[in-house]
Ligand binder design. Structure first.
Ligand code: ZN
Length: 157
C-alpha cells in the first residue's frame, strides 16, 4: 500500500463558473484558473499522482497548454486513473476537505461524491468529501478563495 497527499487553492472572481467536484454550483463568483479550476478534483489528482510518485498535476496537464484551457477536470481525473493503473495500483479510498466560507456546499456534496466515484470506478463509500469554513479568517474565510486537501490510499493490483 502507498499513500498520497494533495492540496490546491484558487481565487474566487467574478464572471467565472463555480465548479467543485464536477458540480456547477450557483454563486455570484467562480474559481479562476486555466482549466475549469475545479479545486477539489485538482487536489485529488495530486494525491493520486503523489501516491505513486508521479510528480504533479502541472507536470502532466500544464496550464501553458491550450489543450487544457477550460478543460473539464473530471476528464483529467480519468487520465490520472490510467496513469495509476499503468503503475499497477488501484485506489482503496479518498478523503478530502473543501475549505470554503461561502456558498454553503452541503447540498452538493453527494453529487460530487457520485461524479468522482463514477469517473474512478469506485463505490461511493470509497470517496469522502468534507466541507469546512475557515471561521471568517484569511483568504478562504473572507470569501476570496477556496482551498482543498485530499488524501488517497492505493494498493498494488
Ligand atoms: Zn488547481
Amino acid at each position: 500500500m502507498r499513500i498520497g497527499l494533495g492540496y490546491d487553492i484558487h481565487r474566487l472572481v467574478e464572471d467565472r463558473k463555480l465548479i467543485l467536484g464536477g458540480v456547477e454550483i450557483p454563486y455570484e463568483l467562480g474559481l479562476l484558473g486555466h482549466s475549469d479550476a475545479d479545486v477539489l478534483i485538482h487536489s485529488i489528482i495530486d494525491a493520486i499522482l503523489g501516491s505513486v510518485a508521479l510528480r504533479d498535476i502541472g507536470y502532466h496537464f500544464p496550464d501553458t497548454d491550450e489543450k487544457y484551457k477550460n478543460a473539464n477536470s473530471l476528464e483529467l481525473l480519468k487520465e490520472t486513473k490510467k496513469l495509476l493503473l499503468n503503475e499497477g495500483y488501484k485506489i482503496i479510498n479518498i478523503d478530502s476537505n473543501i475549505i470554503c466560507q461561502k456558498p454553503k456546499l452541503s447540498p452538493y456534496i453527494e453529487e460530487m461524491r457520485k461524479n468522482i466515484s463514477q469517473v474512478l470506478e469506485l463505490k461511493i463509500n470509497q470517496v469522502s468529501i468534507k466541507a469546512k469554513t475557515n471561521e471568517k479568517m484569511d483568504s478562504m474565510g473572507n470569501g476570496l478563495s477556496i482551498s482543498t486537501n485530499a488524501i488517497v490510499l492505493v494498493e498494488s493490483i
